[in-house]
Design a protein around this ligand. Structure first.
Ligand code: F6R
Length: 366
C-alpha cells in the first residue's frame, strides 16, 4: 500500500506532482484561457461583492490560508484575514453577511474549524469549504466549496494536502482576479501556463532527495532550528518548522526573515541551523542581507535557492536548488525540500514518521 516507499509520508511527498495535476484537471483550461470552478461560478456575485474574506483553519491548513492571503490580496485585491479556527470561534468576531468565510481542512472533521463555520453561518455569512475528504462534515456544513482531490493522505504530517490546498486557493484567486479585472489577460495566461508547469518542477525539486538526506545527517542532532522566509515564502517557513517539530521532535520556529533582528537573532550561534528560503523572486536582495547577518553570527545556513544561484551559494553552508517559477506560485515548489528535510531527519533519528507521538490525523475534539 506504500507503493514501494518506506513510509506513507514519503509516498505522499512524491505524489504531489500527480495530486496537483488532479487538483487543476478540468478546472484550469489553458487553451481557452479560463478557470472553471462550479462552486465559485455559482456564487460569483457573493465573491465579487464581499468586503473581505476571512480564512479559518488549523495547523498546516492554516498555513495554506496564509499563502492564500498573499495571493488573494496581491492578485484579486480582496482584503483577507487568516484566523486560527480555535481563536476565531471564541473571540466574538465581527462578521456580517458582507464577509465571506473560507474554511480549509484536509480531513473535513476538525472540531474547531467546524465550530467556526457554524458560528459564521449563524451570522448570515457565506461559507466556502476547501476540503480533501469527500462528504466530510465540513464539506457538508459549508454552503459551497471545492475539493482538493489530493487522494487519501495517510501520514499524519500533512504534505500533499497542503500543496493541493494552495493550488485550489490559487485557482479561486485567479478566477476572481479575471472577473474583477485586477490582473491583465496576459498575466492571467502566464499564471495558467506556469501553474501547469508546477508538477514537472516538483519532479525536478524531488531530485535533490539524496543531497537533502546528506544535509539531514549533519543536522539531525540539533536541538533547535530556525526557518526564515519573506512574502509568499513566510508561511512556507512556518510550515517547514511545523513539519520538523511534528515528526522529529526537534524544536523549530518559523519567522519572517526581517523579524529575526527583533528577537530570534539572539539565539544564533554555531550550533543553530537556519533554513532560509532565498529564491530569486520576492525580496531576494533583502533575504541575502539577512543571510549575511546570520553568517556573521556563525549560524549554519541551509538555503533554498533558485537553480543557478551564485550569490547565496557563496554565503550559505548548504544550498538546495529548486526550479524558478512566478513568485506567487513559489510556495508550491519551495515547500518540497522542507518536507524532505523533516522526513529524512525523522527517519535518521528512528522516529515513527507516519504516526508521530501525541498526534492524530483528524482532531475531532477541541
Ligand atoms: C500538520 C497537521 C495538522 C493539521 C491540522 C488541521 O501536518 O497534520 O496541523 O493540518 O490538524 O487538520 P485538517 O486540515 O484536517 O483540518
Amino acid at each position: 500500500e506504500k507503493g514501494g516507499y518506506d513510509h506513507f509520508m514519503l509516498k505522499e511527498i512524491h505524489e504531489q506532482p500527480k495530486a496537483i495535476n488532479d487538483t487543476y484537471r478540468g478546472r484550469l483550461l489553458r487553451q481557452e484561457a479560463i478557470i472553471k470552478m462550479a462552486g465559485v461560478e455559482d456564487n460569483m456575485k457573493k465573491f465579487l461583492n464581499a468586503n473581505r474574506i476571512i480564512i479559518v483553519a488549523c495547523g498546516t491548513s492554516w498555513h495554506a490560508g496564509l499563502v492564500a492571503e498573499y495571493i488573494f490580496e496581491d492578485l484579486a485585491r480582496i482584503p483577507v484575514e487568516v484566523e486560527y479556527a480555535s481563536e476565531f470561534r471564541y473571540r466574538n468576531p465581527i462578521i456580517t453577511e458582507k464577509d465571506i468565510v473560507i474554511a480549509i481542512s484536509q480531513s473535513g472533521e476538525t472540531a474547531d474549524t467546524l465550530a467556526a463555520i457554524k458560528l459564521a453561518k449563524s451570522k448570515g455569512t457565506f461559507v466556502f469549504g476547501v476540503c480533501n475528504v469527500v462528504g466530510s462534515s465540513i464539506a457538508r456544513e459549508t454552503h459551497a466549496g471545492a475539493y482538493t482531490h489530493a487522494g487519501p493522505e495517510i501520514g499524519v504530517a500533512s504534505t500533499k494536502a497542503f500543496t493541493t490546498q494552495i493550488t485550489v486557493l490559487t485557482l479561486i484567486a485567479l478566477r476572481l482576479s479575471r472577473a474583477k479585472g485586477t490582473i491583465s489577460s496576459s498575466e492571467f495566461r502566464q499564471h495558467l501556463l506556469e501553474l501547469e508547469m508546477i508538477p514537472d518542477k516538483i519532479i525536478s525539486a524531488l531530485k535533490s532527495d539524496t543531497h537533502i538526506k546528506e544535509i539531514s545527517d549533519l543536522y539531525k542532532d540539533s536541538r533547535n532550528c530556525l526557518y526564515l522566509g519573506r512574502g509568499y515564502n513566510f508561511p512556507v517557513a512556518l510550515e517547514g518548522a511545523l513539519k520538523l517539530k511534528e515528526i522529529s521532535y526537534i524544536h523549530a520556529e518559523g519567522y519572517p526573515a526581517a523579524e529575526m533582528k527583533h528577537g530570534p537573532i539572539a539565539l544564533i550561534d554555531e550550533n543553530m541551523p537556519i533554513v532560509v528560503i532565498a529564491t530569486k523572486k520576492g525580496h531576494y536582495e533583502k533575504v541575502v542581507s539577512n543571510i549575511q547577518e546570520i553568517k556573521s553570527r556563525k549560524g549554519k545556513i541551509i538555503a533554498i535557492v533558485t537553480e543557478g544561484d551564485t550569490q547565496v551559494r557563496a554565503l550559505a553552508d548548504h544550498v538546495i536548488e529548486v526550479p524558478e517559477t512566478l513568485e506567487s506560485l513559489s510556495p508550491l515548489i519551495t515547500t518540497i525540500p522542507l518536507q524532505l528535510l523533516s522526513y529524512h531527519i525523522a527517519v535518521l533519528l528512528g522516529k515513527n514518521v507516519d504516526q508521530p507521538r501525541n498526534l492524530a490525523k483528524s482532531v475531532t475534539v477541541e
